[in-house]
Design a protein around this ligand. Sequence first.
Ligand code: PLP
Ligand code: ZN
Length: 402
Amino acid sequence: MSPALRCYRCGDRYRDPLRVRCDCGEPLWFEPDAAAFGWEDCRAYDGAWRYEPLLPIDRPEGVARAAGGTPLVRSEGLDDAAGCRVYVKDEGEHPTGAYKDRGSAAAVPHAVAAADGAVGTVSYGNMAMSPAAHAASLDRECVVLVPDDISPVRLELIGQYEPTIVRVDGDYGALYGDALDLSDELPVRFLVSDAPARISGYATAMFEICEAFAPDAPDAVVLPTSSGGFASGLWRGIRDLEAAGRLDDPPRLCLVQTAASDPITRAFESGATDPTPIAPDETGETIAHSIGNPGPRARVRALAAVRDTAGAVVSVDDDRDTSRAAAVPVDGGFCVEPASAASLAGATRLSERGEIDDDDAVVLVPTGTGFKELGTGDASVATERTNRSALPERLASLLGAR
Ligand SMILES: *Cc1c(COP(=O)(O)O)cnc(C)c1O
Ligand SMILES: [Zn+2]
């Protein structure tokens, strides 16, 4: 049976396991009874389900079993660019290429067990593919609401799982609220960015990081932030481990936004607790499209997470992000999407400002793979040419052998 849903802000509890928001307006989360948890209680499962005692459901069937267990790699090549001792938690190594799978692995089976009918999602990016894949593996219908002008590449990526894709003409940003209403009226459960079971799944990333560092912890975790869902989940993980007495000195949560749309950064800098959404005509274009979000749904909770952990919020512009995006594969060997490279660009910023020291152990979280973005036929890649008989000599000269 699921633990109670609780509001982090007013403390109210709810018993309906599919409820998403508190009467006060803030998103809810599951609060497991973590007090008795120790690392020795981890299950002998791969990945996220190791932490089954802290999750709202038991290990399900299907692709959900592939969630978590992503590599945490000490990446010295990135130290200079970041200005600290870099560890990379490569969340792109998930079935659909993004950390979203941790959340879907918990939320889709949770919804399937709780109610008949379809599951749904409102997204044309990683949040569309991930629930579609998880629903497919449980033979449950999935409805994906996408904008009418969606690109063919994205349709192809989502379409491979054969969900019911509905193109919606109109104010796409307003569909979050519509989706929660539709979940009450129709046999479909929309699993939005801050669905509580999703947040529980995200917490497993923090469990993995802290178990790897135990009994110590990293100084900071730096991640790109859009809705604030992942940040909420990492904070949930910190709170569970603190309740369990496994974390004396929790890592600082440092969020990175794109300067094109950064309501959480603005609130952090002004000292506000409630970030104000950015007006559509003030929202810029960005290559980091996964984090270009003028009205993050979990913005208040994400900012609370930052304040509670003495973290920070910074914004990076596309120029800086692009230069760092290049450093991630060149100096680190990781293939990431632009929004994910923002974690490195953000760490650079923080160390320039003296908020991160060069001997700090900092976990950068590339949230999504770059494989979906590349392969569009960019002809500007530098190459050398030769014929076969001249190859030995040419190669010798390229390698600097005389
Ligand atoms: C969804 C997503 C984000 C933003 O995460 P939130 O939970 O919405 O803050 C960042 N990076 C990638 C690759 C994503 O898919
Ligand atoms: Zn509340």
